[in-house]
Design a protein around this ligand. Structure first.
Ligand code: NAP
Length: 433
């Protein structure tokens, strides 16, 4: 059997991890691939002292890789400019592509997939969502018989680490973020992690696979964790909930809700137990019921595990002589494209924290406004005022309510003279069908 020749572009964390995994597990990987997987080229601006490149062609200009005699180009550089050019050029030359680059797929995936189809090559990106968790192959293959009703994921390890520390140690957001950066979990510029952009990129990919929504984050409602206060994590626990930064795709009658935001989840839900930098995705299928996929969402080993699995899948497909479809795609023609619902039409239950004057009648005024809007209060806690303060936190959970209805009720509540400042409101997901 001819070897499958591979070019690794980018020898950073994931590139070096992939390089080492292909060497370390060479025999079993080759057996499973049905041929030898040979790293014959590397695209790197400089050497990585951890990778012995003897006998391997090295291109300092990564674009030159596409002219080398390789079957698969593995893009592990990150970014969306050179990476996009490289992937397009490689596919135009008939080379299969594997990438871990969620930003590239979430922003340019539709274009890249069209080119993959045109050139009858594979474009595989298992590593782009939740690192080592094989969620794309689970959705595409393992759950292929199901209508997926919803999926909800903790798919950014940095954000989950921050929320876990805030809950367990009562620490403030900024303090934990600084530690996450010093531990190397968060990037020097952590905006994508804490503002929900990274999770939105991954959600766009999952939703496109499941609901055939466009590969773009434009229509996704995105709210980060920067505004979250430890006091709300504590109050949520008193109701029996944990707060997680959740990415949700949920089918409704008229379309699909795509949203990323802090979320109260019942502490009895398995996904509420997912702490630290770990990732998990809960998926509800109409035949299988609830499922949960858990594992490391980042790191050299877990991400390389997914990259190499994609290379093996390509090798297997080549060995049976198909090579005619892009590996990780559900064929669009098989699924009706779903509309993404605008935020004002989305529907969730809410946690509310209202700062109210400590005097009779406030609660009934708030309850009256809610009732006028058809919102029911499911649970309520009224705290004693702190010494010397005349405002008390009024904390409640509502039933599932349409966004536009809730927001107009909140505007009326905030206009009450007995209420101080904006009402804190956080979505609630029961994840129960
Ligand atoms: N790290 C993770 O755990 C993880 C998990 C899932 C997905 N990913 C994705 O995997 C990709 C790589 O991430 P990473 O963490 O491995 O990043 P990284 O450690 O920063 O490595 C990126 C490497 O690519 C090289 N590179 C960048 N532009 C290049 C160019 N034009 N030509 C040649 N080499 C170039 C960099 O070289 P220089 O050193 O010369 O700049 C660096 O060695 C990203 O798309 C990321 O989103 C990462």
């Amino acid at each position: 059997m001819k070897p499958l020749k591979i070019a690794i572009c980018g020898l950073g964390t994931v590139g070096a991890g992939t390089f080492h995994l292909l060497r370390k597990n060479r025999d079993l990987v080759n057996r499973r691939a049905g041929c030898n997987l040979e790293i014959s080229c590397v695209g790197a601006r400089r050497d990585n002292p951890d990778c012995d490149l003897e006998g391997i062609r090295v291109e300092r200009d990564v674009m030159a890789v596409v002219d080398s005699d390789v079957d698969v180009v593995v893009e592990l550089m990150g970014g969306t400019t050179t990476a996009r050019e490289l992937v397009l050029a490689a596919m135009a030359k008939g080379k299969h592509v594997v990438t871990a680059n969620k930003a590239l797929i979430a922003e340019h995936g539709d274009e890249l997939m069209a080119v993959a189809r045109l050139n009858k090559v594979h474009l595989a990106f298992e590593a782009a969502v939740a690192g080592g968790i094989p969620i794309i192959s689970a959705l595409r293959d393992g759950l292929a018989a199901n209508n997926i009703e919803w999926l909800a994921g903790i798919i950014n390890g940095t954000g989950n680490f921050i929320l876990t520390e805030m809950r367990d140690k009562g620490r403030a957001f900024a303090d934990v973020l600084a530690e996450a950066q010093s531990l190397g979990y968060a990037e020097a510029d952590p905006t994508f992690d804490i503002e929900g952009i990274d999770a939105a990129h991954k959600l766009a990919i999952l939703a496109s696979l499941v609901f055939n929504t466009p590969l773009s984050i434009e229509a996704i409602y995105i709210e980060g964790i920067t505004g979250l206060q430890t006091v709300d994590i504590t109050h949520a626990e008193q109701f029996g909930y944990r707060i997680k930064h959740l990415a949700v795709a949920r089918r409704r009658g008229t379309g699909v809700e795509l949203r990323v935001h802090p979320t109260l989840i019942p502490e009895s839900a398995l996904i509420a137990e997912v702490d630290g930098v770990m990732n998990a995705i809960a998926v509800q299928g109409d035949a299988v019921g609830p499922t949960l996929f858990y594992g490391a969402g980042a790191g050299a080993g877990p991400t390389a595990s997914a990259v190499v699995a994609d290379i093996i899948a390509i090798a297997r497909d080549n060995s049976v002589g198909s090579g005619s479809a892009s590996a990780t795609l559900v064929d669009d023609a098989l699924q009706a494209a779903q509309a993404v619902l605008p935020p004002e039409d989305m529907e969730t239950a809410r946690y509310l924290r209202i700062s109210a004057l400590d005097r009779p009648g406030v609660l009934s005024a708030v309850a009256q406004i809610m009732s006028n809007h058809g919102i029911s209060i499911e649970a309520i806690i009224q705290k004693e005022p702190h010494p010397g303060e005349n405002h008390v936190p009024l904390i409640m959970l509502t039933n599932s309510t349409r966004e536009r209805t809730l927001l107009s009720a909140l505007r009326e509540i905030e206009a009450l003279s007995s209420v101080e400042g904006p009402v804190v409101h956080i979505r609630v997901e029961h994840l129960d069908g």
